[in-house]
Design a protein around this ligand. Structure first.
Ligand SMILES: NC(=O)c1ccc[n+]([C@@H]2O[C@H](COP(=O)([O-])OP(=O)(O)OC[C@H]3O[C@@H](n4cnc5c(N)ncnc54)[C@H](O)[C@@H]3O)[C@@H](O)[C@H]2O)c1
Length: 314
């Protein structure tokens, strides 16, 4: 199906990510059906999706006069079969493990119309493994958002070994037409692009704390007050191209880049966080809440994200 022809979307799994996806698609005028195996979570997911639309009015991103109309785009349903009736595109947002994803994809594939695209929000699983459970693997791909998907522009599109690349192109056009910023992976990697980068950075952020180099608060500050300010505008490669001055990236790599070799040699390579480290980190992060509770901090973050996005993407 051509990306611009997608008008009916089905959200399977209506927790944190599914409910935010529902807001995003409803806000763009698409008809959105939602289903969750837990009917209580379906109820709260629908409420959250509609509440997010009201918050968008508060942020000045949508007009109050159309919010009720946008809310009417959201329809909870009672079964996967109902979810898939006349649905062009499914955004699977259930639990992050192969057992659930393969079961769910097999069911979706059996019932969905042959033209429907089946996308997974998976943060880092491989579509090649998931699509083995389907009879028509060509229409299956990963479309990984960043939380919350109704605000953050990035979506990572990842084909599995059996995905039809035309489907990936169509989904890219679909997301571009909705104003998202899609990136397409040339081949699969656990964690895709952004979470792999985050994993490398997070390990070092933890290691600096557990080896006593700095506090949780100062490690976080060194990110948001320094490189984080630039990261909202450009990525590491372009940043270092500018960092090389007239000589650009080549100069940066040949000269300043050499010093990085020493840091890389010293860096941590562990792949498990010990219980003791976890407790140290949790204590540290509680100190950096600045007197706000979780809800207040999340609202503050979302309001600031919206202000940033308005400045950067107009
Ligand atoms: N939370 C994040 O920051 C984030 C960011 C990007 C992507 N993701 C990905 O999105 C997906 C969902 O994550 P989440 O954080 O929203 O999880 P969540 O636990 O909040 O929601 C998952 C929902 O799936 C439902 N579910 C489980 N099995 C189901 C089934 N068979 N049919 C229908 N519903 C079912 C659960 O009842 C639950 O409500 C995961 O694959 C995750 O990796 C999460």
């Amino acid at each position: 199906m051509n990306g611009k022809e997608i008008t009916n979307v089905g959200i399977l799994g209506t927790g944190t990510i599914g409910s935010s996806w529902a807001t995003f698609f409803a806000c763009k005028g698409l008809k959105v059906k939602m289903f969750d195996i837990d009917s209580a979570i379906l109820g709260t997911g629908v409420q959250k999706a509609k509440g997010n639309l009201e918050a968008l009015v508060g942020y000045g991103l949508i007009q109050e006069s159309i919010v009720d109309e946008l809310k009417r785009n959201i329809h909870p349903v009672d079964s996967v079969a109902q979810l898939l009736e006349e649905t062009d595109y499914v955004q699977e947002s259930t639990l992050e493990n192969y057992e659930v994803k393969t079961k769910v994809f097999s069911e979706l594939d059996d019932i969905a119309s042959p033209q429907a695209v089946l996308a997974s929000s998976s943060s880092g699983l491989l579509m090649s493994e998931i699509q083995k459970a389907t009879k028509t693997p060509g229409r299956c791909l990963i479309a990984h958002p960043f939380n919350p998907p109704h605000l953050i522009p990035l979506v990572e599109l990842v084909p599995g070994k059996q995905t039809n690349l035309q489907v990936v192109d169509n989904v890219k056009v679909f997301f571009e037409s909705l104003g998202k910023i899609p990136v397409v992976l040339k081949k699969e990697a656990n964690g895709h692009i952004a979470n792999r980068l985050a994993a490398a950075l997070w390990r070092e952020a933890i290691d600096l704390v557990i080896t006593g180099v700095a506090s949780v608060e100062d490690v976080d500050k060194a990110l948001y007050a320094g490189p984080g300010v630039r990261w909202a505008l450009m990525g590491q490669h372009l940043i270092y191209h500018l960092g090389g001055g007239e000589g650009g990236y080549r100069y940066f790599i040949d000269h300043i880049g050499k010093a990085f070799g020493t840091y890389w040699e010293e860096m941590a390579t562990w792949s498990e966080i010990s219980d003791e480290s976890r407790e140290l980190l949790v204590k540290g992060v509680e100190k950096s809440m600045g007197g706000k509770n979780l809800g207040e901090l999340a609202r503050w973050r979302d309001e600031k994200i919206v202000e940033l996005l308005k400045v950067i993407y107009d």
